[in-house]
Design a protein around this ligand. Sequence first.
Ligand SMILES: NC(=O)c1ccc[n+]([C@@H]2O[C@H](COP(=O)([O-])OP(=O)(O)OC[C@H]3O[C@@H](n4cnc5c(N)ncnc54)[C@H](O)[C@@H]3O)[C@@H](O)[C@H]2O)c1
Length: 267
Amino acid sequence: MSDVLAGYDLSGQVAVLTGAGSGIGRATATTLASVGVTVVCADIDENAAHLTAQWINEHGGAASAVRTDVTSRADIDTLVDGAFAAHGRLDIMGNIAGVPHNRLVAEVTDEEFERILAINMKSVFYGCQAAIRHMVPQGSGSIINVSSGAIDTPAPTLACYAMTKAAVAMLTKTLATEVGPNGVRVNAIAPGVIHTNFSKHNYTDAEGNEDPERVEKYKSRFGNMAPLRRVGEAQDVADSILFLCSGGASFMTGQILRPNGGTAMPW
Ligand SMILES: NC(=O)c1ccc[n+]([C@@H]2O[C@H](COP(=O)([O-])OP(=O)(O)OC[C@H]3O[C@@H](n4cnc5c(N)ncnc54)[C@H](O)[C@@H]3O)[C@@H](O)[C@H]2O)c1
């Protein structure tokens, strides 16, 4: 009998995750740690990154935190090179950090356009470059880039956000063709609507407090768009990322996995 679960024992592996202070990044960090991965948690919110690492260390895992602004190539190089120097290997690179953006094309300023490109797109390119510098000579590794369901369903105000996420998907596929022969897999995740801080502007008041009634409205409005009739949780995405990092996905590269409740079903 084949030992399917053995492919999910990632003991001894090392992961670097951006955006690990919240939502999908935090859930991915705790999930990978639960299967034996040593996790380097990066976030521009240093305290949040520390809280994730602290939680993992207090629950029997191994993690550290590094303040990283993903718009800075120097920050990303320091993060990734530092993780490799500290642990002697790099098995998983999760380019997860990202921010929402909603504005009609006609109203987007140069400044916000550059900002969204830097946070959501250039950062992933920098993260991929830093990771393959170690993974290619190592002869193994798994890169996970977080794209978005926004690439599947054009909608008003989403142009800048969806452009960056489409670029992330294309980078993923192209890089997969370049580094596959070196044993490095590169895949993307395109989540549907996921209940994290990312979407809190939908249901918080001016002071940033959650309004339970508006949370329910948000959940039913977006949940009803999905055949599975709910919005996603960060754990739903972390589980997909775990699969892509596992032995179960050893023949998968250049793919876009869609934990989206069935909202979009591209071939
Ligand atoms: N939540 C959703 O509905 C959804 C859907 C599709 C895709 N995504 C994508 O998932 C990823 C994670 O989002 P989330 O839902 O967990 O959101 P989140 O807001 O909960 O977490 C994002 C994290 O990224 C960090 N971050 C922001 N700017 C940064 C920077 N310059 N440098 C380093 N870290 C930075 C934030 O501090 C935060 O901890 C993003 O790329 C987002 O675009 C989210």
